[in-house]
Ligand binder design. Sequence first.
Ligand code: SF4
Ligand code: SF4
Length: 311
Amino acid sequence: MDRLKTEIRESFLSAGAVAVGFARSEPVSEEESARYSKWIEEGKHAGMEYMRRHVELKLDPRNVLENAATVISLAFSYAPERFRDDSLPVVASYAYGEDYHDVIRRRLSPPVERLRNTYGGEWRICVDSAPLAERYWALRSGIGRLGRNGSVIVDNFGSYIFLAEVMTTLPVAPDEPTEALCAGCGACVSSCPVKALDADGSVDSRRCLNYLTIEHRGDWAGDALEVMRSDAGKHTLYGCDVCQRVCPHNVGIKPTGMEEFRAKDGIMSLRAEDVAAMTQADFSAFFRGSAMKRAKLDGMRRNALNVLNRE
Ligand code: SF4
Ligand code: SF4
């Protein structure tokens, strides 16, 4: 079985992952279960109702793949070479390149197919596509440490990473879980421009610019409206990186080596005026292959009009 583990690790590193770790597939710890339930009960998932629906499913990875024996946790770096010019409204750097869902699945499918043909068993690739407690599994499989801003930080690669999982019914020896935490400087909490990060590191989606400009559907109201009318809200076109940009673990890291995640010129120069003028056909053409299509035309137009003070 050591040969299998080595082959899996090497295959996924060759596919572009910067970290690969293994954990036994079993119910999540009581501590994790309680933490997640509390976050939901406090309403911090905002309008993401699927998260509430998935509470039970997330407790056991075997709900995602029956008889799964191993969760393989992977990190792919999207660390940007540069950020958008500060004069432009913010676009989260994870969206500078191609849609990670497509890219990672495309990269993982051939090695997973090869492994299935060689060793048998059931395999499933998950890229934000299944109710898995992915940060928990990343820590359990030892690939990173937990940041106070809720991110998983991979040594030498920082927190500009996408997490993905490959599950298999084949047993593979687990890696040592990580209990290490970030440097704990508190810069993420104090720098969040809209006070969406609590001191315990939990993100309140009801105030977070990522949620409000990407996942939130319809008009903003109440606290959300107040956040979006603030200076930071008015400078946000799609998502936010502040709590990552201030993190010392992201200083001096190498930019992503994956061509697909390199910044596209169109995204780097996109203005709120461009988005506000888009028809559905323009939107579909411009954002084809981009994660930004997730916000949909209505959401992107709402964000753009807010930036332009034309709400
Ligand atoms: S992504 Fe931005 S708004 Fe959300 S918690 Fe981090 S700094 Fe705050
Ligand atoms: S900014 Fe500081 S406290 Fe926040 S995740 Fe990074 S090291 Fe931890």
